[in-house]
Write a protein that binds this ligand. Structure first.
Ligand SMILES: *[C@@H]1O[C@H](CO)[C@@H](O)[C@H](O)[C@H]1NC(C)=O
Ligand SMILES: *[C@@H]1O[C@H](CO)[C@@H](O)[C@H](O)[C@H]1NC(C)=O
Length: 402
């Protein structure tokens, strides 16, 4: 099946790596060599006195397995946690291939055990609320799996990073850990009649193999018991805000969830509306999604596909993530080469990698201290951007304005 074919180069690459490794340590038995490389779980240190870490939720649809793997390798760091979700339109074989490829591709992923693939996939109707349900489910799973992470980042198969994880961890080290990065506005404009007032039903929620929605002929009034905010569906959320949404006692997140079940594109409004209507979190939100996107003029529903003509601007922006890309577009190779210093089947190297680098040996097949980072040149532009956003946030001029 086509879905599994992409697995073979990875198996053969890691097989060769294992052989080279074993031949390099003749004198040890294979098993003791393997176990001696397993880190002590306490090796990854979390908490205020240590660098922050991230929980990534990477989603995709049928045929996206291969690029989800590429994205995972590009954003991998042993300190982070990863959850991959291939929606239910993808065959089981593609999901299984993705799960085994993540383990086979990188020794660190096997050793740190910090990557999971959702086994029981759900629907992800883009226009309907099933995508939001999948995101909330992923956040709940990640809260449960790992007590250490500080921020939840949503990515899709069409996204790619513009900084290394060392850069990201370094820059976020000086951020208050309860800050959320959510692009939002209460100025609804044309969206009021086309997004807020229509009532929709998402078949993906109650039929096992549907990802469609239908619209009721009735419309409803724009709510007045809370303020409706809308914005980009791509978010970076603090752990404390997600605990509030998922585990909290305050009823606002659940009340809004019931309301948003029948709102078109609820992913562009749910977190925006919850954060800005909550007393506790409305002033802990930076009005920015930290994604680089290019829009047509006039803007269409989706941003333009990025290519080489955008490379210089992307690099200069200081923004840590970008979207959207076609599979294996040549500009991704430039990002790998010039920004991430990553080879195709390897993870993005960082200060944690202690192996020797050569054409056949991945420096990240061995590691030392994973609790220190070494930022590169792209961290500087990112830092400038974050300082500016932090100033805006402190002045209170730009967040949750009615
Ligand atoms: C946020 O709001 C709370 C209560 O409304 C207030 O006590 C706190 O000082 C505010 N923080 C900032 C940074 O504005
Ligand atoms: C790159 O994207 C721009 C804007 O979307 C487009 O005008 C241009 O034709 C694209 N170039 C290539 C080589 O695809």
């Amino acid at each position: 099946m086509a879905a599994e074919k992409w697995l073979f180069p990875i198996i053969s690459v890691s097989f060769v790596t294992v052989l080279l490794f074993l031949s390099a340590i003749s004198g040890f038995t294979a098993s003791s060599a393997f176990f001696s490389r397993l880190p002590d779980p306490a090796y990854v240190l979390h908490g205020r006195r240590h660098p922050p870490s991230f929980a990534y939720y990477i989603s995709g649809a049928r045929g996206d397995g291969r690029r989800m793997l590429r994205l995972l390798l590009a954003v991998y760091h042993p300190r982070n946690r990863y959850l991959l979700h291939l929606s239910h339109d993808a065959p089981e074989s593609e999901r299984a291939a993705l799960a085994s490829a993540t383990k086979l591709a990188v020794p660190a992923i096997r050793a740190f055990g910090n990557v999971d693939v959702v086994g029981k996939a759900g629907a992800m109707t883009y226009m309907g609320p099933s995508g939001l349900a999948a995101t909330l489910n992923a956040a709940a799973v990640l809260l449960r799996l790992d007590k250490g992470w500080d921020w939840f980042v949503t990515l899709t198969a069409e996204d790619y990073p513009l900084v290394t994880q060392d850069d990201l961890i370094h820059v976020f080290s000086s951020m208050p850990r309860d800050l959320n990065f959510i692009d939002h506005t209460s100025d609804l404009g044309w969206k009021e009649s086309q997004r807020v007032q229509p009532i929709i039903v998402d078949a993906g929620i109650y039929l096992s193999k549907r990802s469609q929605y239908f619209q009721a002929s009735e419309r409803r009034k724009t709510p007045d018991s809370f303020k409706f905010f809308t914005g980009s569906p791509w978010v970076i959320l603090s752990r404390s805000f997600l605990e509030y949404c998922i585990l909290g006692w305050d009823n606002l997140p659940r009340m809004l969830l019931l309301y948003f079940t029948n709102v078109i594109l609820s992913q562009e409004a749910y977190f925006q509306s919850v954060v800005c209507n909550s007393v506790e979190f409305h002033n802990k939100t930076v009005n920015n999604d930290l994604r680089y996107m290019e829009w047509d003029n006039p803007p269409q529903m989706e941003p333009l596909f990025l290519n080489h003509s955008h490379f210089e601007k992307m690099c200069a922006s200081g923004v840590p993530f970008s979207r959207k890309f076609r599979e294996d577009d040549a500009v991704l190779d430039s990002i790998d080469e010039q920004i991430l210093h990553r080879k195709y089947h390897w993870v993005t190297p960082g200060a944690w990698c202690s192996g020797k680098r050569s054409w056949f040996s991945d420096p990240c097949s061995q590691w030392k201290n994973v609790n220190s980072v070494r930022p590169g040149p792209h961290a500087e532009k990112f830092e400038v951007l974050m300082k500016r956003l932090l100033e805006q946030w402190k002045s209170g001029s730009n967040s949750c304005r009615l």
